[in-house]
Design a protein around this ligand. Structure first.
Ligand code: SAM
Length: 306
């Protein structure tokens, strides 16, 4: 419990200073057409309340579609780290699922719940065995070697420059205990008809402007192997979009359009597209998804520290 107690102390102080933290993070954002984006990290998705709602929706969608929150063969982990924790939903659910584990959620910006001074209420009450720690994985993780039994990183495709992937995965493995597991889940932009293809091109382009290649994610298992992980398991997760995919397909379609809509302001500001072209591509993509059977490919990989 030693170092977790120390971190917890820091976490509690961070919550007490929530206003200062929130203000300092707000200062690191830029507002464009009513959406907010980070300026201090390569991450190019919005960082605002609308995106918080999308990420929570997406979290529930994943849990529903994957029938759980993880795939690695963990038994009774004593410590869990979630890198790029977002709204903190995954980490808080894991804390509730493993009440004897210490669960840390790390992100450059605090989850919304951690911007409040209290522990939340009712369903939103944060478990006592969960804390948020501010950190930037591109600067290295603020933990000693071999600190965690399970390290999880989900959907940092929009955050990590291509050249940084091998080092980041090696860093995840460094803080994992021998015998512990690292699990990654990532998406890749998806093509389809002309409307979907336009949205695809613009998404890829907006990432490249920040040095982020969103097309590297099929290689996550290779990054784990290159970092020295053993017993690596890789799974393709083809997620159906639209009614043909049932309830999960309808949710995935909603998520697809919310993701692209969240990038519109930045793409227009950067001259990647125009409001009119964007509107037309979204309308065309809706038709394509209604009439076709499209897949949004996701990739899952996990591996063990020797
Ligand atoms: C798409 S969200 C995914 C959130 C969460 N993992 C999930 O699956 O719901 C990516 C998160 O990574 C965080 N992030 C971006 N760059 C980061 C960095 N360099 N270090 C740590 N977190 C980062 C963002 O603030 C955001 O909360």
């Amino acid at each position: 419990m030693g170092w977790f107690g120390w971190l917890r102390g820091r976490g509690i102080r961070a919550r007490a200073n929530a206003t200062t933290l929130a203000q300092s993070h707000n200062a690191a954002k830029v507002a464009v057409q009513g959406r907010e984006y980070l300026t201090t990290a390569p991450y190019f998705l919005p960082k605002d309340e609308e995106e918080v709602n999308r990420l929570d929706f997406q979290h529930y969608l994943f849990r529903f579609a994957l029938r759980g929150n993880y795939a690695a063969p963990i038994q009774t982990p004593a410590s869990i780290l979630d890198v790029g924790t977002g709204t903190g939903r995954w980490a808080m659910e894991m804390a509730a699922l493993f009440p004897l584990a210490n669960v840390v959620g790390l992100d450059v910006v605090p989850p919304p719940a951690d911007e409040n001074a209290s522990l939340g209420h009712g369903l939103d009450r944060r478990p006592d065995n969960y804390i948020y720690i501010q950190g930037n994985v591109l600067d290295g993780l603020p933990f000693p070697d071999a600190s965690f039994d399970f390290v999880h990183q989900r959907l940092l495709v929009a955050a990590l420059p291509e050249a940084r992937w091998p080092g980041v995965v090696a860093e995840l493995l460094r803080v994992t205990r021998p015998g512990g597991w690292v699990e990654l889940l990532e998406a890749i932009p998806t093509k389809g008809g002309p409307g979907m293809n336009a949205l695809y091109e613009w998404l890829v382009a907006v990432g490249l402007r920040r040095g982020v290649n969103t097309l590297v994610t099929p290689h996550i298992a290779d990054f784990l192997r290159a970092a020295g992980a053993q017993s690596v398991v890789a799974r393709d997760l083809p997620m159906a979009m639209g009614k043909w995919g049932g309830r999960a397909g309808i949710m995935m379609e909603t998520n697809y359009f919310a993701l692209h809509k969240g990038l519109e302001a930045m793409m227009e500001q950067q001259g990647i597209t125009t409001a009119r072209a964007f509107e037309e591509a979204m309308a065309a993509a809706r038709q394509e998804i209604a009439q076709g059977q499209y897949i949004w490919p996701y990739f899952l990989a996990y591996g063990q520290r020797p």
